[in-house]
Write a protein that binds this ligand. Structure first.
Ligand code: BT5
Length: 269
C-alpha cells in the first residue's frame, strides 16, 4: 500500500488540514513541521502526512516504529496562543479527536468496517489502547517562531493495516492495529479526513471557549475517575486512585497512604 490509497482532496475543514502535504518518506513528520514552523513558513492547521518515517519519534526520544504504508503518520501545526503549559492539553484534545474521527469513520454507512469502537480506550496522557495494546500514540512539540508566536506541533501515529508479522519483536506484544481488531483492511485516507474534521471542531471550540473543557471531556470519555492506576515517572512507580485531571491535564491521584499527588508527566502502566 502506498500514499495512493490516501486521497488528499479537501477534507471539508477551514483550518485543520486546509493544507495537507503527503510525502512518501520523511525522517519524522514532527521534525519536518517543527522546522518549518520555526522558520515561520507553515500555516496554522498545516498537516504533513507520510507513508514512512526513517526516525519516527515517541516521547522522551523513544522510537515510533512503523513499516512503510501500514500506518497513518501525520503531524499538524497549531497556534493555541501562549503555549506554555498547553502541551499536555493539546495531546488530550488530539486523542479525543482521533477517537471521534475513528468513531465517525467506523459508522460510515456503505460498508461495515468492523471496528469495535467501544473496545478503544483512552490512556493518560495521550494513547489510544485496545485491551492493553497500543493502537495510537501522540507526541506534542512546542516552539516559538521567528515572529514570536508560540506553536505546537502534534504528531499522531495510528496503526492501521499492520498484521502481527509487521510489528518488530520489541512491540509485538504491546501493539495492535485497526486491521487486527476488525479483521479488515482499512482506508487511511478516509480515516485521516474524519479525524481532521473532528479536530477542526475541537480546535474551533478551543478558540471560542478556551481550554478548560478539554481535561473534563477527556476524563469523562476515559472512564478513569475512581480507577486504580499505576504510573511510572522519573521518580519511579506510583500507585493511586484517579481523583480527576487538573485543567492543565495533569493527573490527580489519591495515594494509599492517604496523601494526594499530582502527576504532570509519566506513563500509566
Ligand atoms: C508515543 O510516544 O506514543 C508518541 C508516538 C507519536 C508518533 C507520531 S507518528 C507521526 C509523528 N512523527 C513522529 O516522529 N512522531 C509522531 P511514547 O508514549 O513515548 O511511546 C513510544 C513507545 O511505544 C515505544 O517505546 C514503543 O514501546 C511503543 N511503540 C513504538 N512504535 C509503536 C507502534 N507502532 N505501535 C504501538 N506501540 C509502539
Amino acid at each position: 500500500m502506498t500514499t495512493t490509497d490516501i486521497d488528499f482532496t479537501f477534507c471539508g475543514s477551514t483550518l485543520i488540514g486546509r493544507s495537507i502535504r503527503s510525502l512518501p518518506v520523511v525522517v519524522s513528520t514532527n521534525n519536518l513541521l517543527k522546522a518549518e514552523a520555526l522558520e515561520g513558513i507553515a500555516a496554522e492547521g498545516a498537516v504533513v502526512v507520510t507513508d514512512y518515517q526513517t526516525a519516527g519519534r515517541g516521547r522522551l526520544e523513544r522510537q515510533w516504529e512503523s513499516p512503510p504504508g501500514k500506518s497513518l503518520l501525520f503531524s499538524l501545526l497549531l497556534f493555541p496562543g501562549d503555549s506554555a503549559g498547553k502541551l499536555q492539553l493539546m495531546g488530550l484534545m488530539c486523542s479525543l479527536g482521533v477517537l471521534g474521527g475513528l468513531t465517525e469513520y467506523s459508522q460510515m454507512t456503505n460498508e461495515n468496517r468492523g471496528i469495535p469502537i467501544d473496545k478503544i480506550s483512552l490512556k493518560w496522557p495521550n494513547d489510544l489502547m485496545v485491551e492493553k495494546r497500543k493502537l495510537c500514540g501522540i507526541l506534542s512539540d512546542a516552539g516559538v517562531d521567528k515572529k514570536g508566536r508560540h506553536f505546537i506541533v502534534v504528531g499522531i501515529g495510528i496503526n492501521i493495516n499492520q498484521t502481527f508479522a509487521d510489528f518488530p519483536g520489541n512491540i509485538k506484544n504491546i501493539a495492535t492495529s485497526l486491521q487486527l481488531i476488525s479483521g479488515k483492511t482499512q482506508y487511511r485516507g478516509l480515516i485521516l479526513k474524519s479525524i481532521l474534521r473532528r479536530l477542526e471542531k475541537y480546535y474551533q471550540r478551543l478558540k471560542q471557549e478556551g481550554f478548560d473543557w478539554i481535561a473534563a471531556e477527556w476524563l469523562d470519555r476515559s472512564g478513569l475517575l475512581g480507577k486504580k492506576l499505576e504510573i511510572s515517572d522519573n521518580n519511579g512507580k506510583i500507585h493511586g486512585i484517579c481523583t480527576g485531571l487538573q485543567n492543565d491535564g495533569a493527573m490527580r491521584l489519591s495515594l494509599t497512604d492517604g496523601t494526594n499527588k499530582t502527576i504532570y508527566s509519566g506513563d500509566v502502566i
